[in-house]
Design a protein around this ligand. Structure first.
Ligand SMILES: *[C@@H]1O[C@H](CO)[C@@H](O)[C@H](O)[C@H]1NC(C)=O
Ligand SMILES: *[C@@H]1O[C@H](CO)[C@@H](O)[C@H](O)[C@H]1NC(C)=O
Ligand SMILES: *[C@@H]1O[C@H](CO)[C@@H](O)[C@H](O)[C@H]1NC(C)=O
Length: 334
């Protein structure tokens, strides 16, 4: 009891300390944002035997002013057992260390509520990312998709449900990392979700993580029809990625900037440079010195630039805090 009380005191003075030292609320319109995926333990997936750098619980990564927003990876399946989605958070929340809500395939990770809330009170936005490399986010038709907006709202955002995977924590929005399937119903789902978000006083965000080839085959039509707040374009694993920065016919940030200003229903949509956080995390990794140059040139050429997205936080930490170097580049305006 004494120990717990002491810990709580330390935690709240730490939080107070952060806040009185100028916590800035998350600002989607900034051009210095760093978004880093958390949840999949990418480092551990690549190095299963070297547990030294395995993914930590979310609040571990919220103790400094480096990362601004965390999409939680992933809500993998739109409909699992019990007609509810399933989520997978690798080593942090899995069937070995958490229970499924009875009659569903949905893990009860409500022990993460305080973690999420701590990050939010440090000025960071936390969202749930739908999809991923093996994701299965699909709808039969528009009516089903529109109804699903209510499910997401109730499970993760401002609604209520007995089966909220993160308990009392109210996430700040959703991310669509769609890498397969068809777009049937997506417009209807996101329009209905935005309607629910718009009715609330709290600010919610909808982002997407398309691959850099334009237009994106899995989310492109949706991007052209629904107003997104930001796109975390994956400039890796593709000819148009960071590795090809010096070949202006390949590296295609210009195309995405043009999309933002001429096609996107939200003309203020922010375009992020999505990048691997280590050479193991994806083909297309560039070191922090090259990344600094790319960030600064891209920002000065393209006003849609919103920041950088990294995959993922475990890789960034294992790679000599690559996230810190990137944030430093984002903060400096030479
Ligand atoms: C979810 O898990 C928490 C413990 O982490 C427990 O208190 C709660 O009752 C569980 N909720 C349901 C609906 O099973
Ligand atoms: C939500 O609000 C924004 C900004 O006020 C508006 O542009 C958009 O049309 C609204 N969307 C829906 C689906 O109500
Ligand atoms: C952007 O600006 C830099 C100079 O700051 C220039 O070297 C580069 O070629 C420009 N173009 C693109 C596509 O980034």
């Amino acid at each position: 009891m004494v120990v717990a009380g002491f810990l709580r005191l330390t935690l709240s003075s730490l939080l107070l300390g952060i806040m009185t030292h100028g916590t800035v609320a998350f600002d989607m319109l900034s051009n210095e944002n760093l978004a880093v995926y958390w949840g999949q333990n990418s480092y551990g997936a690549i190095n299963p035997d070297n547990t030294a750098h395995w993914q930590q619980t979310l609040s571990y990564y919220c103790k400094d002013n480096v990362i601004d927003t965390f999409p939680i990876a992933f809500l993998v399946d739109s409909y699992a057992e019990g007609n509810l989605p399933s989520i997978d958070l690798a080593n942090i929340c899995n069937s070995g260390n958490a229970d499924y809500f009875p009659g569903t395939g949905l893990l009860n990770c409500s022990f993460l509520a305080s973690d999420i809330e701590m990050c939010q009170s440090a000025g960071k936005a936390v969202t749930i990312s739908l999809g991923g490399g093996s994701g299965n986010i699909h709808f039969q038709n528009d009516a089903q998709a529109a109804a699903y907006a209510k499910t997401i709202w109730n499970l993760f955002l401002g609604g209520t449900s007995k089966t909220r995977p993160f308990g009392s924590a109210i996430l700040d929005g959703i991310d669509m990392d769609i890498e397969g399937g068809s777009q049937t119903g997506y417009v209807s789902f996101l329009t209905a979700l935005r309607k629910l978000m718009n009715r609330s006083k709290k600010k919610y965000y909808i982002t997407a993580a398309p691959q850099c080839p334009y237009p994106d085959g899995y989310i492109g039509k949706t991007l052209n029809t629904v107003g997104f707040d930001a796109v975390y374009v994956q400039f890796y694993n593709n000819y148009c990625g960071l590795k090809h920065y010096n070949n202006r016919n390949d590296w295609n940030f210009a195309t995405w900037d043009k999309w933002a200003k001429n096609v996107s229903p939200n003309r203020d949509v922010k375009v992020y440079i999505g990048a691997p956080a280590s050479s193991a995390a994806g083909s297309g990794y560039v070191n922090s010195k090259q990344m600094t140059t790319i960030i600064q040139q891209t920002r000065s050429n393209y006003s849609s630039f919103g920041g950088v997205m990294l995959w993922d936080v475990s890789d960034a930490h294992a790679n000599h805090r690559y996230d810190k170097a990137v944030k430093q580049a984002l903060k400096s305006h030479p």
